[in-house]
Design a binder for this molecule. Structure first.
Ligand SMILES: N[C@@H](CCC(=O)N[C@@H](CS)C(=O)NCC(=O)O)C(=O)O
Length: 207
């Protein structure tokens, strides 16, 4: 097998880095420095025509979009390791639902809130009303996630899976970029702590 992972530190690629470390499979890491515009270089655009990180090339086939990559890696390498449910099971239907919800619904509320509040975005592009609407949406997502986690150690039940990565990566981002306090969502708070203190996450943070 050959697997190449294209990443930039502290970016959407971190969730795929986390997935790869949890899977424990061999892979080659290629840094794409998005600060210098390397993501738009013609060679890289052959891998990801969308010009962003992350991307992978798995046995010669390129893929982009972190959610698609997470699901692919889960299905190909994670089922045998208990890190992703087998296709066609109820657990798989649940995992697809909540991985997509985390990335699309929770993720878009978090990104809209961050891009309308964080200093790294130009002040004249930030809008207080947009930020307020995104915050409300993000809070109702967190209430829903808190309810989904009630009585469970992890999103899939008693064992950690890549479904947890799909969601906990967004919670980490909301905390870090927007300073969102998770105390009002105690199940989310405790679960995120369980997930982000895993050794694989430690290896991601070390680079
Ligand atoms: N929806 C994409 C988002 C990818 C994305 O926005 N990546 C950012 C880094 S967080 C990027 O490469 N930015 C560089 C650019 O847009 O030129 C995914 O989940 O893979």
């Amino acid at each position: 097998m050959s697997l190449t992972f294209y990443y930039s530190p502290m970016s959407s690629a971190a969730r795929i880095h986390w997935v790869l470390e949890e899977l424990g499979i061999p892979y080659e890491k290629v840094k794409i420095d998005i600060k210098t515009g390397a993501q738009k270089a013609p060679e890289y655009l052959k891998v990801n025509p969308n010009g962003k990180v992350p991307a992978i090339v798995d046995d010669g086939t390129p893929m982009f979009e972190s959610l698609a990559i997470l699901i692919h890696l889960g299905e190909k390498y994670g089922v045998a390791k208990g890190l992703w449910p087998a296709v066609g099971t109820k657990a798989h239907m649940h995992a697809l639902t909540w991985a997509t919800w985390g990335t699309v619904t929770l993720g878009s509320a978090v990104f809209r809130y961050v891009s309308n509040t964080a200093d790294r975005f130009p002040a004249d592009q930030r809008n207080a009303k947009q930020a307020e609407a995104a915050k409300k949406e993000m809070e109702s997502c967190l209430v829903l996630l808190d309810a989904e986690l009630a009585g469970k150690e992890y999103l899939g039940g008693s064992a950690f899976t890549l479904l947890d990565v799909a969601n906990a990566s967004l919670i980490g981002f909301a905390r870090m970029m927007a300073g969102i306090d998770m105390a009002p969502y105690p199940n989310v708070d405790k679960w995120a702590q369980r997930c982000t203190t895993r050794p694989a996450m430690g290896r991601v943070m070390a680079g």
